[in-house]
Write a new protein. Structure first.
Length: 337
């Protein structure tokens, strides 16, 4: 089969190689790739590590072969239409004719869903889910809030792929009001917000003080203790921390989720009483943070059960895709020419 290897330097370039079709391990699903999704980290990680690799991790295609334990579980059959999250920096990635993913990150997709749309989902939806429901302990979509008492959530960069999936998942969990900070003309984001539940769109182009003030006005009399910085670049988390109500109680902490592993998040200008928590989506596969990560959790045991939790989430994602509560992100298809 053909596989694309990404070279990080000099510049970023790729080569097509001929390799054997991979064989599944006991827990694996081999997928005939129809569409591979691309993410910034596909080149960013390689550039940082000076490593060449088939770095694609978002897979959409059909099941080609399955491991022995997958057969025993009767979860997947040959020919099933699926999307999957490939283990980052591992072999047999998405940039190939066939790719491999562990069965707990494989998601069945509806017949009506285009593979292009499906390829936008696995990595970013999983990152959003881990940020909100694992790192911040918010209620997951399969156990949504039953009451209408406001539970505010701020999402900075809400029109990004990660931010939009966070909005979709928060809606599925009945978390409102959602304060979405994004480009005011975000056509795909606005229909996801529910003004009757207090959801608001804040223009991210406002200067810092105006943005913080606009967020406080949108919250009204409610305090907010949960936020996701979907950008996590150039200190964006600092103003977001000041949108939260500080908390000095372990019973009701204020959480700010971030997603870049290259920062320490230890600036003195971060709002006191706000805990910055880093989501490394790779824990979905490993159940552990990499020891060389700059930002380490205070409780390293908190991620041990992430693979088991993601297995539940992946199954539930299939259901949400069928009933329309979850859809893919807007995408562009790159012409092979």
């Amino acid at each position: 089969m053909r596989e694309i290897i990404i070279h990080p330097s000099p510049g970023i370039w790729s080569e097509i190689t001929e390799v054997a079709i991979p064989q599944p391990g006991p827990e694996d699903v081999v997928i005939k790739v129809v569409v591979a999704g691309s993410n910034v980290k596909d080149w960013l990680h390689l550039n940082a590590l000076k490593k060449l690799l088939n770095s694609g991790d978002d897979i959409a295609g059909v099941v080609h072969s399955i491991g022995t334990n997958v057969q025993t579980n009767n979860e997947y059959s040959l020919g099933d239409r699926v999307a999957a999250f490939h283990p980052m920096m591992g072999p047999h990635g998405a940039y190939a004719e066939y790719a491999v993913a562990p069965m707990h990150t494989v998601v069945k997709i509806p017949d009506a869903m285009a593979f292009e749309e499906a390829a936008t989902i696995p990595l970013m939806a999983t990152t959003a889910a881990l940020s909100l429901f694992r790192r911040q302990n918010l209620p997951p979509p399969w156990s949504p809030r039953a009451d209408s008492v406001p539970l505010p959530l701020i999402i900075y960069g809400a029109s990004s792929s990660l931010g939009t999936f966070a909005v979709r998942l928060a809606r599925a969990s009945n978390i409102h009001p959602i304060i979405a900070i994004a480009e005011r003309g975000s056509w795909h984001l606005q229909p996801l917000l529910d003004p009757s539940s207090g959801d608001k769109l804040i223009n991210y182009r406002l200067d810092t003080d105006q943005m913080i003030k606009a967020t406080k006005v949108a919250l009204g009399s409610f305090e907010c203790h949960h936020a996701l910085d979907a950008i996590s670049s150039n200190g964006t988390w600092i103003p977001v921390s000041h949108m939260l109500a500080p908390s000095f109680s372990s019973q009701s902490p204020s959480y700010l989720s971030v997603v870049s592993g290259s920062n320490k998040y230890d600036e003195e200008s971060i709002q006191t009483g706000v805990e910055v928590v880093y989501t490394m989506v790779g824990t979905a596969h490993t159940g552990a943070y990499k020891p060389d990560m700059v930002k380490q959790p205070s409780d390293k045991e908190c991620v041990k059960d992430d693979p088991e939790w993601v297995a539940v989430f992946s199954k539930y994602m299939s259901q949400m895709l069928v009933d329309g509560r979850l859809t893919g992100h807007p995408f562009d298809v790159i012409d092979e020419d």
